[in-house]
Design a protein around this ligand. Structure first.
Ligand code: PLP
Length: 506
């Protein structure tokens, strides 16, 4: 078996897999034979993965229970989904402490791009360059490391959305959005003031210190009902997905526009859906024109994710882009969850066919770093320290994203995701015909593996899926959301479909 594994490793030229943890290879060796075959002749992207889930105990099993109990004494475990053993997790499979190994189509809330213990990432993670970035972490605004431009150009900026050529790096998705909002406010006030060279007035400076206008102006960010943009103070004001995130937290009085509530199947309701999108655009325009604190920017997710996997058409987003241009409001696309390949394009907004790029695109999750892309030089504040913090990003995480980008290119993973997504969607359509009660409003056609549906017993389905060896997440009140990694292939889709069928029959 070991020699067979080595042959395949060589034939698809994965020299880096030599450093895959020996323990893992041995652990899965007995299951490896059929993993060697890919989909319809396509090579397996993770040839030494297990062939399928391994279920040894109910989940959580005895060892997990013990560990959870211990952790609960020092850390809040009430949101715990599953206690994992990352040493034993590999490729598309997440392991627990009791020997259970699950096909993971949730992937750390849509955040693992190229597989657990990916050998290429292990190489990047153990490089001297990475070690230096970790132990000599620079405060990038003051003391950037000598090769920061190189790291950015060969990494984050090499995949910048078309039309955007600069980046401000941050720590998390919420942070990225807040930084983008601040850039939007400063841009707006700079325009009103008459340009970058116009000095602040005494009144502006003094009033900023008492949180009053004009220094702290009455401006807003417009977001959409059911949107999710994060949980920090500013981003939370634009989040509208669930009360539990917002309760007890003071919030800005900012406008929320309706997000289209599309009817499915889309082709049967084309006229109604078009009218619904027009209604939402009209209300958005009204809010832009009339809200007492004028929006400096509109922020939107290409697919509302945490809020229940809500989609709108490319025409809607083009209409929104046109509205923001018409009213001189910035257009921020939050690609924290949709970005980095999952929709079958590197950035989901590439599906829209925009005439002019978004003003800012925020990213995090699968990028493992965070920030916002922009192209207009005027989005750089006119003075230093206006957009600043200690770290201003992290070279270690940027180096990791560069390795992820290289792995995506090497294995053509965006194309893989588009192809696997189409295959999976077709399988789900068949399953929906057989179990119309279980799969309702299937959505995500043509959007790679970014697929979801509504389920009347969603939480039970997610729980039972673990029992058949599949880790799935939910979104909103009733959606089952699929967020597999970019190395998810048709053979994994088959396992998922088989597992779902078992759950639906139970
Ligand atoms: C679209 C979107 N924006 C922002 C965020 C916030 O990201 P983070 O949790 O990294 O702050 C999320 C997280 O789920 C998200 O899905």
């Amino acid at each position: 078996m070991a020699s067979l594994l080595r042959t395949v490793t060589r034939s698809i030229s994965r020299p880096a897999s030599r450093i895959a943890p020996i323990r893992l290879q041995r652990h899965y060796a007995s299951a490896a034979t059929s993993a060697l075959a890919g989909d319809n002749g396509t090579p397996a992207l993770f040839p030494d993965e297990p062939t399928g889930p391994i279920i040894r105990t109910v989940i959580p099993g005895p060892k997990s229970k013990e560990a959870i109990e211990r952790l609960s004494k020092v850390f809040d475990t009430r949101s715990l989904n599953m206690m994992a053993n990352y040493g034993q997790s590999y490729g598309n499979y997440i392991a627990d402490l009791d020997g259970n190994v699950l096909l993971d189509v949730y992937a750390q809330i849509a955040s693992i791009p190229v597989g657990y213990n990916n050998p290429s990432l292990q190489l990047a993670a153990t490089s001297p360059e990475m070690a230096s970035a970790i132990i000599n972490r620079p405060a990038l605004g003051n003391f950037p490391q000598h090769d920061w431009a190189d790291i950015l150009e060969t990494g984050i900026l090499s995949v910048a959305p078309k039309g955007l050529n600069q980046v401000f790096t941050g720590q998390s998705g919420s942070d990225a959005n807040e930084l983008a909002y601040k850039a939007a406010f400063m841009y707006r006030r700079q325009q009103e003031r008459g340009g970058a060279n116009v000095e602040f007035t005494e009144a502006e400076m003094n009033s900023s210190m008492t949180n009053q206008s004009p220094g702290a102006p009455q401006l807003s960010i417009l977001s959409f009902k059911k949107a999710f943009h994060g949980r920090l103070f500013g981003s939370l004001s634009t989040t509208r997905s669930k009360p539990i995130h917002k309760l007890d937290i003071p919030a800005f009085d900012w406008p929320q526009a309706p997000f289209p509530d599309l009817k499915y199947p889309l082709d049967e309701y084309a006229a109604e859906n078009q009218a619904e999108e027009q209604r939402c655009l009209a209300e958005t325009e009204l809010l832009i024109k009339s809200w007492h604190a004028p929006p400096a920017a509109v922020v939107i997710e290409p697919i509302q994710s945490e809020g229940g996997d809500n989609h709108a058409s490319p025409a809607f987003f083009r209409g929104l882009r046109a509205l923001t241009k018409k009213h001189n409001v910035l257009f921020i696309v939050d690609e924290v969850q949709t970005g980095v390949g999952a929709t079958g394009k590197f950035w989901a907004h590439e599906h829209w066919g925009l005439d002019s790029p978004p003003d800012m695109v925020t990213f995090s999750k699968k990028a493992q770093t965070a920030g916002y892309y922009f192209g207009n030089d005027d989005l750089r504040p006119n003075k230093p320290y206006r957009q600043f913090n200690t770290w201003m990003g992290d070279p270690a995480r940027a180096i990791l994203f560069r390795a992820i980008i290289q792995e995506i290119a090497r294995l053509d993973l965006v194309q893989n995701t588009a192809k696997t997504g189409a295959y999976l969607y077709a399988g789900l359509q068949r399953l929906a015909e057989a179990f119309p009660n279980e799969i309702q409003h299937l959505r995500g056609k043509g959007q790679g593996t970014f697929i979801a549906w509504d389920s009347p017993r969603r939480d039970e389905v997610l729980r039972k899926a673990k029992g058949v060896g599949i880790n799935i997440g939910g979104s909103g009140e009733k959606a089952v959301r699929l967020r597999p990694m970019l190395i998810f292939q048709e053979k994994h889709a088959d396992l998922l479909l088989e597992g779902l069928e078992k759950v639906f029959k139970s």
